[in-house]
Design a protein. Structure first.
Length: 308
């Protein structure tokens, strides 16, 4: 046995024997036989080149070297065992959202944080403007729209097109697509709690009237299906909420929907910033994939044309 062969087991056995000062009691406490304990202590002494026990008495007594090793191990062994113990998951990161969770980007980032950093991400839907950040019920949030709040650290995660939501009984249902100005001439359903669009987002000469006010995505879609007015959603949110009474139409001329990641500036969760970096990395990866697929080599350009 070389010095590197001295394992925690040998040190733990010796420390237990030093505390009990009785081979039988120490072996019983360790769940091993007395001969096995004696053999490991002998091997430890041989390796260290020191006599740790005085065996001339009925019960073993520590020598001066034994006392020194015991005192050192009482401090060092618990620290060493803690350092070598498999990492345990940190406290979960509570991630709030309102309208819709960005499935591909969000779930990929969630998997990275859980697999690489051992931090569980718990998604929490909250129907308020900050998805729970305001009252502290979440540690971070994904919010649709640009967020201006000095108390929050914010990062733009993605931009995507918007789509029109109309009742299948609406006169617009016969159209293949609609324009932003088309909707400006209609009545609008708005989410007054967590929504980001208002009539002010339309041109002054094509401003819709508010026909129905809602407080969450379910109420919003019910109002659209009941022909209370038209709705506008980010494309990914609409994809998560199919409805047999609602038709989603391509929308031209609309401003892009912005998804923002936010977390408190004061006393943030230890992994809030890390999760933001993972989300931003996903954005860079998607951009690189888009550029690759649209390179003018014939194949990428044709694929882009088909998607358009």
């Amino acid at each position: 046995m070389t010095p590197m062969d001295i394992g925690l087991r040998h040190l733990r056995y010796f420390l237990t024997l030093a505390e009990e000062q009785h081979f039988t009691w120490a072996a019983d406490r360790l769940g091993i036989s007395q001969p096995t304990l004696s053999r490991h202590i002998r091997r430890l002494e041989e390796e260290l080149g020191r006599t740790l026990l005085d065996r001339s008495t009925r019960h073993p007594r520590l020598t001066e070297e034994g006392h020194r090793l015991r005192d050192d191990l009482q401090l060092l062994l618990p620290q060493l065992e803690t350092a070598l113990r498999p990492a345990e998951p940190q406290s979960s990161l509570r991630l709030g959202y309102t309208w819709g969770f960005p499935l591909q980007r969000g779930r990929r980032a969630q998997a990275v944080l859980e697999e690489r950093h051992l931090v569980r991400v718990r998604t929490v839907r909250r129907d308020d403007r900050t998805a729970g950040l305001r009252d502290g019920s979440v540690d971070a949030a994904l919010l649709w729209g640009t967020v201006h709040d000095p108390r929050l650290v914010t990062t733009e995660i993605l931009r995507e097109p918007r789509i029109a939501a109309v009742s299948r009984n609406s006169t617009l249902a016969v159209r293949e697509r609609v324009t932003w100005r088309d909707l400006g001439r209609r009545c609008l359903v708005v989410n007054t709690v967590s929504g980001t669009l208002t009539p002010r987002d339309w041109p002054a000469d094509a401003t819709p009237e508010i026909a129905a006010e809602t407080s969450n995505i379910e109420e919003y879609l019910h109002a659209v299906a009941a022909r209370r007015g038209v709705g506008v959603l980010p494309v990914s949110v609409a994809a998560q909420h199919p409805d047999p009474d609602i038709l989603y139409l391509p929308l031209t001329g609309a401003p892009e929907a912005v998804l923002t990641y936010a977390y408190p500036r004061a006393n943030p969760h230890p992994y809030a910033e890390t999760f933001g970096r993972v989300l931003r990395r996903g954005r860079a990866d998607e951009r690189a994939a888009f550029v690759k697929n649209t390179e003018p080599d014939g194949r990428g350009a044709k694929a882009a044309s088909r998607r358009a």
